[in-house]
Design a protein around this ligand. Structure first.
Ligand SMILES: NC(=O)N[C@@H](CC(=O)O)C(=O)O
Ligand SMILES: [Zn+2]
Ligand SMILES: [Zn+2]
Length: 345
């Protein structure tokens, strides 16, 4: 049995760092675990311009612990009114790494999202030309579609036609939760990849609904049936360069989760690598962990791999019941559970 593993330093290709006090409370956790992260733009108001992204990046840098070398990679929140010239200028100036498609009203702070991808056809065409990645929250929002079917419907109605229309556009299908998404990404060309969260590898929908309703297991897209979790585990541990790490760490105040209308989002940043590694160990695929966590992401984005390394040791620890995020109590993923690995650096 291996007592420790040392791998290229990982990055997080999907995270919510929030703003204000909560940003100061959660950013150090992500910066401790990862070298870089794709930072989601769903603030209120959303980050829709180069100027707003530059200012948000400055606030993130100011929230990091002294001596941190963490690099936030910024994204642009697409709206029906996004200006292709501003996006291209922000990408050329290395402010933006990617742009994010939220179907309007699909998830937290997505009210300003895109109402029909036809409205951003010109922006997407420009992104394809300049090699800028499109990150996608892939769920339809039609009231008549069951919440458990919204990702699969999105593939048929939106994503497959989009990829066929713009084959040169690099697309990350984010936080995938279904066997259909695994199948779609696997059969698509090399410009289509996906991120997978730790929670969707660990839990199915029973974790949310059996023995009482458990708000801290609720996120979007919502966890699905066991067969989908198994398909995600197979994809993550397959060694395919199309699948890589994106935590979707999405902190909310404990009171906003434990609520009659609780917010969607799971805060997994503090022990994300330990959580993923548990899955790879259970699947007998520890040798494929580095590809998923550290290599496939930068390769897809066309960025350099990190030079530094990190070590995880086989040392068990109990995840706290609550974490104080600069004054906001947030319940972490795996609260109260024991994880078998500990990140040493
Ligand atoms: N994943 C979530 O459940 N919530 C995210 C939004 C998102 O990534 O869809 C959030 O910002 O809270
Ligand atoms: Zn999302
Ligand atoms: Zn997210």
């Amino acid at each position: 049995m291996t007592d420790s593993i040392t791998i290229t330093r990982p990055d997080d290709w999907h995270v919510h760092l929030r703003d204000g006090d909560l940003l100061r409370g959660v950013a150090p956790h992500t910066a401790r675990q990862f070298a870089r992260a794709i930072v989601m733009p769903n603030l209120s108001p959303p980050v829709t311009t180069t100027e707003a992204a530059r200012a948000y990046r400055d606030r993130i840098m100011a929230a990091l612990p002294d001596g941190s070398d963490f690099t936030p990679l910024m994204t642009c929140y697409l709206t029906d009114a996004t200006d292709a010239d501003d996006i291209a200028a922000g990408f050329a100036a290395r402010v933006f790494t990617a742009a994010k498609l939220y179907p309007a009203n699909a998830t937290t702070n997505s009210a300003h999202g895109v109402t029909d991808v036809a409205n951003i056809r010109g922006v997407l065409e420009r992104m394809a030309q300049i090699g800028m990645v499109l990150c996608v929250h892939g769920e339809v929002t039609d009231a008549d579609v069951d919440v458990f079917d919204r990702e699969a419907e999105f593939i048929d109605r939106v994503l497959a036609p989009l990829v066929a229309d713009l084959p040169d556009l690099k697309v990350v299908f984010e936080h995938i939760t279904t066997a259909q998404a695994v199948e779609f990404v696997t059969q698509a060309g090399p410009n289509v990849a996906a991120t997978i969260t730790p929670q969707h590898l660990h839990i199915n929908r029973n974790a949310m609904l059996v023995g009482g309703i458990r708000p801290h297991a609720y996120c979007l897209p919502v966890a699905k049936r066991e067969l989908h979790r198994l398909a995600l585990r197979a994809a993550a541990t397959s060694g395919s360069p199309k699948f890589f790490l994106g935590t979707d760490s999405a902190p909310h105040d404990r009171a906003a989760k434990e609520n009659a209308c609780g917010c969607a989002g799971i805060f997994n940043a503090p022990f994300a690598l330990e959580s993923y590694l548990a899955v790879f160990e259970e699947e007998g695929a520890i040798d494929r962990f580095e590809g998923f966590a550290s290599l496939h992401g930068p390769d897809f984005y066309g960025l350099t791999r990190n030079a530094a390394q990190v070590t995880l040791a086989r040392e068990a620890h109990v995840v706290p019941d609550s974490i104080d995020a600069a004054g906001t109590p947030v319940v972490p993923f795996h609260a109260g559970e024991t994880l078998g690995w500990t990140l040493k650096n």
